[in-house]
Design a protein around this ligand. Structure first.
Ligand code: ATP
Ligand code: MG
Length: 502
Protein backbone atom coordinates (compact mmCIF):
# COMPACT_ATOMS: atom_id res chain seq x y z
CA UNK A 1 0.00 0.00 0.00
CA UNK A 2 1.42 3.37 -0.88
CA UNK A 3 1.69 6.05 1.78
CA UNK A 4 -1.19 8.52 2.08
CA UNK A 5 1.25 11.32 1.37
CA UNK A 6 4.86 11.18 0.32
CA UNK A 7 7.67 13.60 -0.41
CA UNK A 8 10.37 12.34 -2.77
CA UNK A 9 13.81 13.86 -3.15
CA UNK A 10 12.73 17.37 -2.23
CA UNK A 11 15.08 20.34 -2.58
CA UNK A 12 14.33 23.85 -1.35
CA UNK A 13 16.58 26.88 -1.38
CA UNK A 14 16.18 30.25 0.29
CA UNK A 15 18.54 33.15 -0.38
CA UNK A 16 21.87 32.04 1.04
CA UNK A 17 20.69 28.68 2.38
CA UNK A 18 19.65 25.24 1.20
CA UNK A 19 16.82 24.50 3.61
CA UNK A 20 16.08 21.01 2.22
CA UNK A 21 18.50 18.81 0.33
CA UNK A 22 17.28 15.56 -1.22
CA UNK A 23 14.71 14.86 1.50
CA UNK A 24 12.25 11.98 1.24
CA UNK A 25 9.49 11.47 3.77
CA UNK A 26 6.37 9.27 3.87
CA UNK A 27 3.17 9.44 5.91
CA UNK A 28 1.20 6.22 6.40
CA UNK A 29 -2.42 5.86 7.47
CA UNK A 30 -2.82 5.06 11.17
CA UNK A 31 0.75 6.11 12.00
CA UNK A 32 2.40 8.92 13.90
CA UNK A 33 5.59 9.94 12.12
CA UNK A 34 7.79 12.07 14.37
CA UNK A 35 10.05 14.67 12.76
CA UNK A 36 13.01 15.75 14.87
CA UNK A 37 16.00 18.03 14.35
CA UNK A 38 17.79 21.09 15.73
CA UNK A 39 16.50 24.62 15.29
CA UNK A 40 16.75 25.48 11.62
CA UNK A 41 17.15 21.86 10.48
CA UNK A 42 14.30 22.26 7.99
CA UNK A 43 11.33 20.67 9.77
CA UNK A 44 8.84 23.49 9.28
CA UNK A 45 10.00 24.02 5.71
CA UNK A 46 9.29 20.37 4.92
CA UNK A 47 5.78 20.76 6.30
CA UNK A 48 5.22 23.95 4.36
CA UNK A 49 6.08 22.17 1.11
CA UNK A 50 3.79 19.29 1.97
CA UNK A 51 0.99 21.74 2.69
CA UNK A 52 1.36 24.07 -0.30
CA UNK A 53 2.76 27.09 1.54
CA UNK A 54 6.07 26.79 -0.33
CA UNK A 55 6.88 25.16 -3.68
CA UNK A 56 9.81 22.76 -3.85
CA UNK A 57 12.63 23.65 -6.26
CA UNK A 58 12.73 20.00 -7.28
CA UNK A 59 11.29 16.68 -6.15
CA UNK A 60 7.77 15.27 -6.03
CA UNK A 61 4.78 15.32 -3.70
CA UNK A 62 2.54 12.23 -4.00
CA UNK A 63 -0.96 11.49 -2.74
CA UNK A 64 -1.72 7.74 -2.61
CA UNK A 65 1.23 7.17 -4.94
CA UNK A 66 0.09 9.72 -7.53
CA UNK A 67 2.10 12.93 -8.09
CA UNK A 68 0.18 16.05 -7.12
CA UNK A 69 0.91 19.75 -7.17
CA UNK A 70 -0.24 22.07 -4.39
CA UNK A 71 -0.02 25.64 -5.62
CA UNK A 72 -1.65 27.01 -2.45
CA UNK A 73 -2.47 25.84 1.09
CA UNK A 74 -6.09 25.58 -0.02
CA UNK A 75 -5.11 22.94 -2.62
CA UNK A 76 -3.44 20.89 0.11
CA UNK A 77 -6.40 21.38 2.40
CA UNK A 78 -8.76 20.07 -0.28
CA UNK A 79 -6.49 17.05 -0.72
CA UNK A 80 -6.89 16.29 2.99
CA UNK A 81 -3.90 17.92 4.70
CA UNK A 82 -4.48 19.94 7.81
CA UNK A 83 -1.65 21.74 9.57
CA UNK A 84 -1.37 23.11 13.08
CA UNK A 85 1.44 25.60 12.71
CA UNK A 86 4.16 26.45 15.17
CA UNK A 87 3.12 30.08 14.89
CA UNK A 88 -0.63 30.34 15.26
CA UNK A 89 -2.69 31.66 12.40
CA UNK A 90 -5.86 32.58 14.28
CA UNK A 91 -7.59 35.96 13.99
CA UNK A 92 -8.01 37.46 17.48
CA UNK A 93 -11.04 39.61 16.65
CA UNK A 94 -13.14 36.71 15.36
CA UNK A 95 -14.99 34.05 17.31
CA UNK A 96 -13.82 30.48 17.74
CA UNK A 97 -16.42 29.28 15.20
CA UNK A 98 -15.43 31.95 12.67
CA UNK A 99 -11.80 30.97 12.99
CA UNK A 100 -12.51 27.28 12.59
CA UNK A 101 -14.45 27.93 9.39
CA UNK A 102 -12.24 30.68 8.04
CA UNK A 103 -12.19 30.53 4.24
CA UNK A 104 -14.70 27.68 4.00
CA UNK A 105 -17.81 29.10 5.64
CA UNK A 106 -20.84 26.89 5.01
CA UNK A 107 -23.46 28.59 2.80
CA UNK A 108 -27.04 28.46 4.07
CA UNK A 109 -30.16 29.31 2.14
CA UNK A 110 -29.85 32.13 -0.44
CA UNK A 111 -26.09 31.75 -0.28
CA UNK A 112 -25.94 33.48 3.09
CA UNK A 113 -23.58 32.37 5.78
CA UNK A 114 -25.06 29.54 7.81
CA UNK A 115 -24.10 30.79 11.26
CA UNK A 116 -26.10 28.15 13.03
CA UNK A 117 -24.44 25.25 11.19
CA UNK A 118 -21.04 26.76 11.88
CA UNK A 119 -21.72 27.07 15.60
CA UNK A 120 -23.24 23.59 15.84
CA UNK A 121 -20.29 21.96 14.10
CA UNK A 122 -17.85 23.93 16.26
CA UNK A 123 -19.59 22.83 19.46
CA UNK A 124 -19.52 19.22 18.21
CA UNK A 125 -15.75 19.32 17.72
CA UNK A 126 -15.14 21.15 21.00
CA UNK A 127 -16.98 18.33 22.84
CA UNK A 128 -13.80 16.28 22.41
CA UNK A 129 -11.98 18.51 24.85
CA UNK A 130 -14.43 17.56 27.59
CA UNK A 131 -14.50 19.30 30.94
CA UNK A 132 -11.26 21.17 30.56
CA UNK A 133 -12.60 23.64 28.05
CA UNK A 134 -13.62 27.06 29.29
CA UNK A 135 -14.74 28.59 26.00
CA UNK A 136 -17.41 28.08 23.37
CA UNK A 137 -18.12 28.65 19.69
CA UNK A 138 -18.91 32.33 20.26
CA UNK A 139 -15.88 33.24 22.39
CA UNK A 140 -13.53 35.76 20.79
CA UNK A 141 -10.17 34.15 20.09
CA UNK A 142 -8.36 37.22 21.40
CA UNK A 143 -9.76 36.45 24.85
CA UNK A 144 -8.16 33.00 24.98
CA UNK A 145 -4.78 32.15 26.44
CA UNK A 146 -2.08 30.42 24.42
CA UNK A 147 -3.10 26.90 25.44
CA UNK A 148 -6.73 27.56 24.57
CA UNK A 149 -5.75 28.96 21.19
CA UNK A 150 -3.83 25.76 20.62
CA UNK A 151 -7.02 23.80 21.29
CA UNK A 152 -8.83 25.94 18.72
CA UNK A 153 -6.11 25.12 16.17
CA UNK A 154 -6.59 21.43 16.92
CA UNK A 155 -10.38 21.76 16.71
CA UNK A 156 -9.94 23.35 13.32
CA UNK A 157 -7.89 20.38 12.08
CA UNK A 158 -10.42 17.95 13.48
CA UNK A 159 -13.37 19.69 11.87
CA UNK A 160 -11.65 19.37 8.50
CA UNK A 161 -11.71 15.60 8.78
CA UNK A 162 -8.24 15.51 7.25
CA UNK A 163 -6.44 12.35 6.11
CA UNK A 164 -3.14 13.86 7.28
CA UNK A 165 -2.79 16.08 10.32
CA UNK A 166 0.50 17.87 10.88
CA UNK A 167 1.38 19.22 14.32
CA UNK A 168 4.37 21.54 14.55
CA UNK A 169 5.49 21.66 18.21
CA UNK A 170 1.92 21.40 19.50
CA UNK A 171 2.84 21.10 23.18
CA UNK A 172 5.27 24.02 23.36
CA UNK A 173 2.72 26.18 25.19
CA UNK A 174 0.69 23.51 26.98
CA UNK A 175 0.81 22.47 30.63
CA UNK A 176 0.93 18.86 31.73
CA UNK A 177 -2.82 18.26 31.84
CA UNK A 178 -3.25 19.85 28.43
CA UNK A 179 -0.42 17.74 27.03
CA UNK A 180 -2.08 14.59 28.36
CA UNK A 181 -5.29 15.64 26.64
CA UNK A 182 -3.45 16.24 23.39
CA UNK A 183 -1.78 12.81 23.56
CA UNK A 184 -5.19 11.19 24.00
CA UNK A 185 -6.46 13.07 20.97
CA UNK A 186 -3.46 11.94 18.92
CA UNK A 187 -4.08 8.32 19.97
CA UNK A 188 -7.68 8.65 18.90
CA UNK A 189 -6.79 10.18 15.54
CA UNK A 190 -4.34 7.36 14.87
CA UNK A 191 -6.97 4.76 15.77
CA UNK A 192 -9.27 6.43 13.25
CA UNK A 193 -6.67 5.64 10.59
CA UNK A 194 -5.37 9.15 10.05
CA UNK A 195 -1.74 9.87 9.25
CA UNK A 196 -0.05 12.25 11.67
CA UNK A 197 3.21 14.13 11.39
CA UNK A 198 4.41 15.25 14.79
CA UNK A 199 7.23 17.75 15.26
CA UNK A 200 8.72 18.20 18.71
CA UNK A 201 11.97 18.89 20.55
CA UNK A 202 10.87 16.72 23.47
CA UNK A 203 12.15 13.16 23.38
CA UNK A 204 9.61 11.73 25.86
CA UNK A 205 6.81 12.81 23.53
CA UNK A 206 8.41 10.98 20.63
CA UNK A 207 8.76 7.88 22.79
CA UNK A 208 5.16 8.17 23.92
CA UNK A 209 3.50 8.88 20.58
CA UNK A 210 5.53 7.97 17.53
CA UNK A 211 5.49 4.87 15.33
CA UNK A 212 8.53 5.99 13.34
CA UNK A 213 11.05 8.84 13.48
CA UNK A 214 12.90 10.88 10.88
CA UNK A 215 15.72 13.19 11.95
CA UNK A 216 16.71 16.19 9.84
CA UNK A 217 20.07 17.87 10.14
CA UNK A 218 21.14 20.90 8.08
CA UNK A 219 18.38 20.21 5.57
CA UNK A 220 19.25 16.54 5.03
CA UNK A 221 17.80 13.32 6.40
CA UNK A 222 20.35 12.39 9.07
CA UNK A 223 18.49 9.23 10.14
CA UNK A 224 15.18 7.51 9.43
CA UNK A 225 14.05 4.93 11.99
CA UNK A 226 11.43 2.24 11.34
CA UNK A 227 10.26 2.41 14.92
CA UNK A 228 11.37 4.50 17.88
CA UNK A 229 14.90 4.13 19.24
CA UNK A 230 16.18 5.30 22.63
CA UNK A 231 16.16 9.07 23.15
CA UNK A 232 19.97 9.14 23.15
CA UNK A 233 20.09 7.64 19.66
CA UNK A 234 17.72 10.29 18.32
CA UNK A 235 19.66 13.11 19.99
CA UNK A 236 22.94 11.82 18.57
CA UNK A 237 21.45 11.85 15.08
CA UNK A 238 20.17 15.41 15.63
CA UNK A 239 23.39 16.85 16.95
CA UNK A 240 25.86 14.64 15.07
CA UNK A 241 27.80 13.91 18.27
CA UNK A 242 27.33 12.95 21.89
CA UNK A 243 26.27 16.11 23.69
CA UNK A 244 27.98 14.99 26.88
CA UNK A 245 27.75 17.48 29.76
CA UNK A 246 24.36 19.03 29.29
CA UNK A 247 24.15 21.15 32.43
CA UNK A 248 26.87 23.61 33.45
CA UNK A 249 29.14 22.80 36.39
CA UNK A 250 28.09 24.35 39.69
CA UNK A 251 29.99 27.50 40.66
CA UNK A 252 33.19 27.06 42.63
CA UNK A 253 32.73 30.24 44.69
CA UNK A 254 29.84 30.65 47.15
CA UNK A 255 27.14 33.15 46.12
CA UNK A 256 27.99 36.83 46.64
CA UNK A 257 25.99 39.75 48.04
CA UNK A 258 22.22 39.90 47.92
CA UNK A 259 21.11 41.80 44.83
CA UNK A 260 17.31 41.62 44.82
CA UNK A 261 15.41 40.90 48.01
CA UNK A 262 11.72 40.79 48.78
CA UNK A 263 10.28 40.51 52.30
CA UNK A 264 6.64 39.76 53.02
CA UNK A 265 5.77 40.35 49.38
CA UNK A 266 2.17 39.92 48.36
CA UNK A 267 -0.51 40.84 45.85
CA UNK A 268 -3.69 39.24 44.50
CA UNK A 269 -1.79 36.10 43.46
CA UNK A 270 1.02 35.96 46.01
CA UNK A 271 1.43 36.10 49.76
CA UNK A 272 4.22 36.05 52.34
CA UNK A 273 7.01 35.96 49.78
CA UNK A 274 10.49 36.11 51.35
CA UNK A 275 13.17 35.63 48.74
CA UNK A 276 16.75 36.80 48.23
CA UNK A 277 18.52 36.56 44.88
CA UNK A 278 22.31 36.66 45.20
CA UNK A 279 25.06 37.57 42.80
CA UNK A 280 26.48 34.42 41.22
CA UNK A 281 23.47 32.29 42.06
CA UNK A 282 20.88 30.62 39.84
CA UNK A 283 17.59 30.16 41.65
CA UNK A 284 15.06 27.83 40.03
CA UNK A 285 11.37 28.21 40.76
CA UNK A 286 9.45 24.93 40.72
CA UNK A 287 5.76 24.27 41.16
CA UNK A 288 2.68 23.07 39.36
CA UNK A 289 0.67 25.21 36.96
CA UNK A 290 -0.99 28.08 38.85
CA UNK A 291 1.38 27.85 41.84
CA UNK A 292 2.40 31.48 41.37
CA UNK A 293 5.84 31.05 39.78
CA UNK A 294 5.15 33.30 36.82
CA UNK A 295 3.25 35.73 39.06
CA UNK A 296 6.38 36.04 41.22
CA UNK A 297 8.63 36.67 38.21
CA UNK A 298 6.12 39.25 36.96
CA UNK A 299 6.00 40.96 40.36
CA UNK A 300 9.80 41.23 40.43
CA UNK A 301 9.64 42.74 36.93
CA UNK A 302 6.95 45.29 37.85
CA UNK A 303 4.41 43.70 35.50
CA UNK A 304 1.96 42.75 38.24
CA UNK A 305 3.74 44.54 41.10
CA UNK A 306 3.72 43.64 44.78
CA UNK A 307 1.10 45.51 46.78
CA UNK A 308 2.53 44.49 50.15
CA UNK A 309 6.02 43.94 51.52
CA UNK A 310 9.38 45.55 50.83
CA UNK A 311 11.82 45.23 47.98
CA UNK A 312 15.51 46.09 47.92
CA UNK A 313 17.97 46.14 45.05
CA UNK A 314 21.65 46.12 46.06
CA UNK A 315 20.54 47.12 49.55
CA UNK A 316 18.51 50.12 48.46
CA UNK A 317 14.71 50.15 48.89
CA UNK A 318 12.97 50.27 45.52
CA UNK A 319 9.46 50.25 44.13
CA UNK A 320 8.99 48.47 40.84
CA UNK A 321 5.69 49.67 39.49
CA UNK A 322 6.34 48.98 35.81
CA UNK A 323 8.64 46.92 33.56
CA UNK A 324 10.18 50.18 32.36
CA UNK A 325 11.31 50.98 35.90
CA UNK A 326 12.60 47.44 36.35
CA UNK A 327 14.62 47.54 33.12
CA UNK A 328 15.98 50.99 33.95
CA UNK A 329 17.35 49.46 37.16
CA UNK A 330 18.88 46.51 35.36
CA UNK A 331 16.21 43.89 35.97
CA UNK A 332 15.10 42.07 32.84
CA UNK A 333 12.58 39.33 32.15
CA UNK A 334 13.07 36.84 29.33
CA UNK A 335 9.80 35.21 28.37
CA UNK A 336 9.62 31.93 26.50
CA UNK A 337 6.55 32.85 24.52
CA UNK A 338 7.74 34.43 21.30
CA UNK A 339 4.19 35.27 20.24
CA UNK A 340 3.67 37.51 23.25
CA UNK A 341 6.81 39.40 22.31
CA UNK A 342 5.21 41.09 19.34
CA UNK A 343 8.01 40.59 16.86
CA UNK A 344 7.85 42.69 13.71
CA UNK A 345 8.16 39.70 11.40
CA UNK A 346 8.95 41.63 8.22
CA UNK A 347 11.68 43.71 9.89
CA UNK A 348 15.35 42.69 10.07
CA UNK A 349 16.55 40.53 12.95
CA UNK A 350 18.83 43.28 14.24
CA UNK A 351 16.05 45.90 14.27
CA UNK A 352 13.77 43.58 16.19
CA UNK A 353 16.47 43.00 18.73
CA UNK A 354 17.35 46.70 19.02
CA UNK A 355 13.75 47.84 19.19
CA UNK A 356 12.90 46.30 22.51
CA UNK A 357 16.27 46.86 24.04
CA UNK A 358 15.87 50.54 23.16
CA UNK A 359 12.23 50.81 24.18
CA UNK A 360 13.20 49.90 27.73
CA UNK A 361 16.61 51.50 27.77
CA UNK A 362 17.30 54.38 30.13
CA UNK A 363 19.23 55.90 27.22
CA UNK A 364 16.15 55.86 25.02
CA UNK A 365 16.50 59.57 24.37
CA UNK A 366 19.91 59.09 22.78
CA UNK A 367 19.37 56.68 19.93
CA UNK A 368 22.85 57.08 18.47
CA UNK A 369 24.70 56.21 21.65
CA UNK A 370 22.38 53.34 22.42
CA UNK A 371 22.43 52.05 18.90
CA UNK A 372 26.20 52.08 18.75
CA UNK A 373 26.84 50.60 22.12
CA UNK A 374 24.23 47.96 21.79
CA UNK A 375 24.76 46.77 18.23
CA UNK A 376 28.18 45.39 19.10
CA UNK A 377 26.82 43.84 22.30
CA UNK A 378 23.94 42.39 20.37
CA UNK A 379 26.21 40.79 17.80
CA UNK A 380 28.24 39.23 20.61
CA UNK A 381 25.04 37.94 22.20
CA UNK A 382 23.89 36.49 18.88
CA UNK A 383 27.19 34.64 18.55
CA UNK A 384 27.12 33.42 22.12
CA UNK A 385 23.69 31.96 21.67
CA UNK A 386 24.46 30.44 18.26
CA UNK A 387 21.78 32.33 16.38
CA UNK A 388 21.49 30.83 12.91
CA UNK A 389 20.53 33.40 10.33
CA UNK A 390 21.86 34.15 6.85
CA UNK A 391 22.57 37.64 8.21
CA UNK A 392 21.18 39.98 10.88
CA UNK A 393 19.55 42.00 8.10
CA UNK A 394 17.09 39.31 6.94
CA UNK A 395 13.48 39.61 8.16
CA UNK A 396 13.11 37.91 11.55
CA UNK A 397 10.07 36.10 10.13
CA UNK A 398 12.36 34.14 7.82
CA UNK A 399 14.18 32.53 10.75
CA UNK A 400 13.15 29.12 12.05
CA UNK A 401 10.87 29.28 15.11
CA UNK A 402 13.64 28.34 17.51
CA UNK A 403 15.98 30.94 16.08
CA UNK A 404 13.34 33.66 16.50
CA UNK A 405 13.25 32.59 20.14
CA UNK A 406 17.02 32.86 20.37
CA UNK A 407 16.92 36.41 18.95
CA UNK A 408 14.57 37.38 21.79
CA UNK A 409 16.87 35.91 24.40
CA UNK A 410 19.90 37.55 22.84
CA UNK A 411 18.48 41.04 22.95
CA UNK A 412 18.13 40.93 26.70
CA UNK A 413 21.45 39.24 27.31
CA UNK A 414 23.07 42.10 25.41
CA UNK A 415 21.99 44.56 28.11
CA UNK A 416 24.34 43.26 30.83
CA UNK A 417 21.59 43.15 33.47
CA UNK A 418 21.94 42.89 37.27
CA UNK A 419 19.01 40.55 37.70
CA UNK A 420 17.70 38.17 35.03
CA UNK A 421 14.29 36.60 35.30
CA UNK A 422 13.96 33.71 32.84
CA UNK A 423 10.44 32.40 32.27
CA UNK A 424 10.38 29.08 30.39
CA UNK A 425 13.56 30.12 28.56
CA UNK A 426 14.07 26.95 26.54
CA UNK A 427 10.58 26.37 25.22
CA UNK A 428 10.81 25.33 21.56
CA UNK A 429 14.60 25.27 21.67
CA UNK A 430 16.61 22.22 20.64
CA UNK A 431 18.77 20.24 23.07
CA UNK A 432 22.08 21.49 21.82
CA UNK A 433 21.08 25.16 22.07
CA UNK A 434 19.52 24.57 25.48
CA UNK A 435 22.94 23.59 26.74
CA UNK A 436 24.24 26.88 25.28
CA UNK A 437 21.59 28.89 27.09
CA UNK A 438 22.43 27.20 30.41
CA UNK A 439 26.11 27.97 29.91
CA UNK A 440 25.20 31.57 29.18
CA UNK A 441 23.06 31.78 32.34
CA UNK A 442 25.97 30.40 34.34
CA UNK A 443 28.38 32.89 32.77
CA UNK A 444 26.07 35.81 33.58
CA UNK A 445 25.76 34.61 37.17
CA UNK A 446 29.52 34.13 37.45
CA UNK A 447 29.92 37.72 36.22
CA UNK A 448 27.86 38.91 39.20
CA UNK A 449 24.24 38.82 38.05
CA UNK A 450 21.45 37.21 40.07
CA UNK A 451 19.42 34.74 38.02
CA UNK A 452 15.91 33.45 38.61
CA UNK A 453 14.49 30.79 36.33
CA UNK A 454 10.89 29.65 36.09
CA UNK A 455 10.52 26.37 34.23
CA UNK A 456 7.91 23.64 33.97
CA UNK A 457 10.67 21.19 33.12
CA UNK A 458 11.68 19.84 36.54
CA UNK A 459 14.77 18.08 35.17
CA UNK A 460 15.93 21.43 33.85
CA UNK A 461 15.26 23.17 37.18
CA UNK A 462 17.23 20.53 39.09
CA UNK A 463 20.05 20.45 36.55
CA UNK A 464 20.63 24.19 36.34
CA UNK A 465 19.72 25.69 39.73
CA UNK A 466 22.00 26.26 42.70
CA UNK A 467 18.90 26.77 44.82
CA UNK A 468 15.45 25.36 44.09
CA UNK A 469 12.51 27.32 45.51
CA UNK A 470 9.19 25.52 45.43
CA UNK A 471 5.86 27.34 45.27
CA UNK A 472 2.28 26.24 45.81
CA UNK A 473 -0.86 28.34 46.12
CA UNK A 474 0.99 31.64 45.74
CA UNK A 475 3.42 30.90 48.59
CA UNK A 476 6.91 29.52 48.94
CA UNK A 477 6.59 26.04 50.44
CA UNK A 478 10.18 24.76 50.41
CA UNK A 479 13.75 25.64 49.51
CA UNK A 480 16.41 23.12 48.48
CA UNK A 481 20.12 23.32 47.72
CA UNK A 482 21.84 21.40 44.93
CA UNK A 483 21.15 17.69 44.74
CA UNK A 484 17.48 17.83 45.74
CA UNK A 485 15.49 14.85 44.52
CA UNK A 486 12.67 15.15 42.04
CA UNK A 487 10.37 13.39 44.51
CA UNK A 488 11.09 15.87 47.32
CA UNK A 489 10.42 18.83 45.05
CA UNK A 490 7.21 17.32 43.67
CA UNK A 491 6.06 16.63 47.20
CA UNK A 492 6.56 20.24 48.24
CA UNK A 493 4.90 21.40 45.01
CA UNK A 494 1.76 19.32 45.32
CA UNK A 495 1.30 18.37 48.94
CA UNK A 496 1.58 21.45 51.06
CA UNK A 497 -1.78 23.24 51.18
CA UNK A 498 -3.94 20.10 50.87
CA UNK A 499 -2.02 18.40 53.67
CA UNK A 500 -2.75 21.17 56.06
CA UNK A 501 -6.42 21.18 55.13
CA UNK A 502 -6.70 17.42 55.61
N1 ATP B 1 10.73 32.21 4.29
C1 ATP B 1 12.03 31.99 4.47
N2 ATP B 1 12.95 32.80 3.92
C2 ATP B 1 14.27 32.59 4.10
N3 ATP B 1 14.77 31.57 4.84
C3 ATP B 1 13.91 30.72 5.40
C4 ATP B 1 12.50 30.88 5.26
N4 ATP B 1 11.89 29.87 5.95
C5 ATP B 1 12.87 29.13 6.50
N5 ATP B 1 14.09 29.64 6.16
C6 ATP B 1 15.38 29.08 6.57
O1 ATP B 1 15.38 27.69 6.31
C7 ATP B 1 16.05 26.97 7.37
C8 ATP B 1 15.12 25.92 7.94
O2 ATP B 1 14.11 26.56 8.70
P1 ATP B 1 12.89 25.79 9.35
O3 ATP B 1 11.92 26.82 9.80
O4 ATP B 1 12.39 24.75 8.42
O5 ATP B 1 13.60 25.09 10.63
P2 ATP B 1 12.96 24.16 11.76
O6 ATP B 1 13.63 22.83 11.64
O7 ATP B 1 11.49 24.19 11.70
O8 ATP B 1 13.52 24.84 13.09
P3 ATP B 1 12.80 25.16 14.55
O9 ATP B 1 13.03 23.94 15.40
O10 ATP B 1 13.62 26.29 15.07
O11 ATP B 1 11.38 25.51 14.31
C9 ATP B 1 16.49 28.03 8.37
O12 ATP B 1 17.83 28.33 8.12
C10 ATP B 1 15.60 29.22 8.08
O13 ATP B 1 16.23 30.42 8.41
MG1 MG C 1 10.01 25.01 12.98
Amino acid sequence: MSPVFELRRIEKRFPGIKALDDVSFACNAGEVHALAGENGAGKSTLIKILSGVYQADSGTVLRDGVPVHFATPLDALKAGISVIYQEFSLLPDRTVAQNIFLGREPAGRFGRLDQRAMRAETERVLQMFGERRRFGADTLVGALDVAEQQLVEIAKALSLDAALIVMDEPTAALNEAECALLFELVDRLRAQGRAIVYITHRMPEIRRLADRVTVLKDGKVAAAFDGVPEAGVIVNAMVGRDIGDFYPDPPTAPPGKVRLKVSGGGNARLSGIDLALRAGEIVGLAGVQGAGRTALAHALFGLAPFERGTLTLDGEAVRLASPREAVARGIVLLPGDRKAEGLALMQPVIDNAMMTARAFSPLAGHPDRTRHGTTADMMAAFRAIDLRAASVDVPIGSLSGGNQQKAIVARWLAMDPKVLLFVEPTRGIDVNTKAGIYQRMRALADAGAAVLMVSSDLTEVLGVSDTVVVMAGGRITATFGRGASEAAVMHAATDAPQDRAA
